[in-house]
Design a protein around this ligand. Sequence first.
Ligand code: CMP
Length: 354
Amino acid sequence: MTAWPIPRVSVLTKALPVAFGLLAVVLLSEPDLADRTRLALQTLLVIIWCVYIVQLIATIRTRPAEEGRGAILIVDLLAVAVPLAAFLVASDPRDVSLACGVWILKPLRDSTAFRLVAKVLANEARNLIGVVSIFGIVLIVAAVIAYFVERDAQPNSFGSIPKAMWWAVVTLSTTGYGDAIPQSLAGRVLAGLVMMCGIGVFALWAGILASGFAEEVRRLDFVNKWQLVSAVPLFAQLGAPELAGIVRALRPRHVPAGAVICRKGETGDQMFFIVEGRVGVAAAAPVELGPGAFFGEMALITGEPRTATVTAASAVTLLSLHSLDFQILLSHNPAIAETIRSTAAERGSAKLGS
Ligand code: CMP
């Protein structure tokens, strides 16, 4: 029995209504649409709206205290309420289908990428507000100077500070529509400076977001790994600082059932801790190791080739530790070093004895 049909069905039931709904919204904006097609598309929108009512009821009933339920509920509510409100109050029927455009929020509500963006924006809010303030200050200063130097030569484009602000926004964002161009030398020098400031401001903005994303991804990765590492009893004796160090050094690895993890005779450059699943060790007397156990340590201790082939008996989640990090772990944690060394010695003597 495989487990894939359920997530797949759920992806389809989530993605298809949004995709068809938004396609209908786009097509319905065409004025030359045949009446039958228009009616068919409008019927489709009504059907999708009904699906969303059912989804809203399901959200209210089945997600009582889940974290993030508020945002999901708001999206589900908007998906039903906005088209309904447009239907009740809009005088132009085109606005009703247009209101269904709010369904674009539906895929976002379940998207981890969207949640990540929201988290980064929240984390970096202060820095981003700082950059926006710089943008605002440069904008106003540029508009005031442009008004001062260009108002008499070009009253239509620079005759007031708000008019000059349009030019400043277009120039600062480096869009440059070209509908307002300074004529005087001072105005052109100003334009050049404003453009350079614009590039700087956007570079700052991009840098803050990029480092925010990297930081958040690292944090999520750390939390995931921490959970995996705490599932290994050998590390239970470590204090928080040592555990944090080992979390950074360990790399999670998911291996499908039947895959060979290490082969007898190969050079070993890492050892493995089993978080979930079982592996089979093809030693003289074959053994199976389960969650919490480790293997691959002998090659790291002796420097000799792998003593046995180890295969995933089921799908396994492992944490791998490279030889350099292994040496550091042993030198900093005598108790763990002792456990690993004595286990390796037992396994070695079992091999010799057989
Ligand atoms: P290594 O020799 O690096 O690679 C194969 C691994 O299988 C070995 O380290 C041990 O961790 C493990 N292994 C070898 N023999 C036994 C055994 N008798 N019992 C359990 N594990 C073993």
